[in-house]
Design a binder for this molecule. Sequence first.
Ligand code: USQ
Length: 387
Amino acid sequence: MRIIVLGGDGYLGWPTAMRFAARGHEVWAIDNYLRRQMALETCSEPLFPSPNLIDRAAIFHSVTGHTVRPVVGDCTDPATMFSLFAEVRPNVVVHYAEQPSAPYSMMGFDTARRTLRNNLEATFNTIWACLERAPDCHIIKLGTMGEYGTPNIDIEEGWLDVSHKGRKDRFLFPRAAGSLYHTTKVLDTDLLWFYVRLYRLRVTDLMQGPVYGISTSEADHDRRLMPNFHYDDIFGTVVNRFLVQAVAGIPLTVYGGGGQTRGYLNLNDTLQCIELAADNPPQPGELRIMNQFTETFSVNELAERVVEAGRSRGLKVAIRAVPNPRQEKEHHYYNPAHSALIDLGLQPNPMTTEVLGEMLDRVREHADRIVVDRILPRVSWNREVSA
Ligand code: USQ
């Protein structure tokens, strides 16, 4: 297949580009370094520096013989997208080109606006680049489990059958996001659904939970191919953060009551899911939505697991609840369906003590680079009203 990865320099984008190239597909990876720029602006640089996209692709080629074609460009620029899609005529586009951080989107007007514009425009341009230049292309869009929020009923995979006054119909499952970032993903879904209905696009929208991991079979060829790894409060996801805190000797920062429950998955399972989606495309005119996670945990359970993994590596890890900087339910019902990807063949890699222990070993190699000031939450959901 001819595959374009949008956001190909990111935590998920780069490992995805390598995986598809290693499977023998023709791969283009486009990125404008927005996440690197935002990380610099907010003093949130990752645990270790990563070569830029062009250098990464060259290293990958020299180490494995496989090719990722790097494109430094902005997916919010229609001309860039249209010419790329005209040149490549992709069978599949994997759309990761979004500002991925909930806290970043909640810092204030400028970061909220940047999140809204970047994420919606990248999605809008992807839709139109397909319509105009590659109409049969399968769009694989990364959504988030956070689109659903934490409703007091079971969460289905994207859709809900509703009976109302004796009649029945199927609707998008109600969405109630908890940050502006998550809200942009809700808006993306609606935009895609509109164009699927109107112009018979073929779209897979993946509702993914927080990802953890640092190692993939391609990245393990050479340390310079590792995905960027954030542990700060803005770009770091909770498991990756807790592992760095464990190594740094900082008590794990459980926000509030710690009963917040989410669906988690290993980075390697993200790669499996994307491959399964690409290998099993939906029909034209179908918006297929799948919930992409393998296990659910509360934050308290995650913290206990990291304590246990630390113990297995001789680390004494403490837990300390800190005031929750977010507005979210700290105790709630959570029972999301997630069988569609299993039915396609997903074989989950569970979060075992050994998996976390191996991540601890990797993080320890970079222990001297941990900047403690980036760990406690710096962004609050509660707005100070300015005059
Ligand atoms: N949390 C803590 N302590 C921390 C960091 C986070 O208790 O030090 C809590 C949060 O309050 C939240 C949960 O852990 O309840 C998950 O937080 P997170 O920062 O790992 O995840 P989130 O901000 O929701 O966003 C991440 C990715 C985002 C993706 C989303 C999936 O950054 O791109 O869409 O996970 S989901 O959470 O299912 O919406």
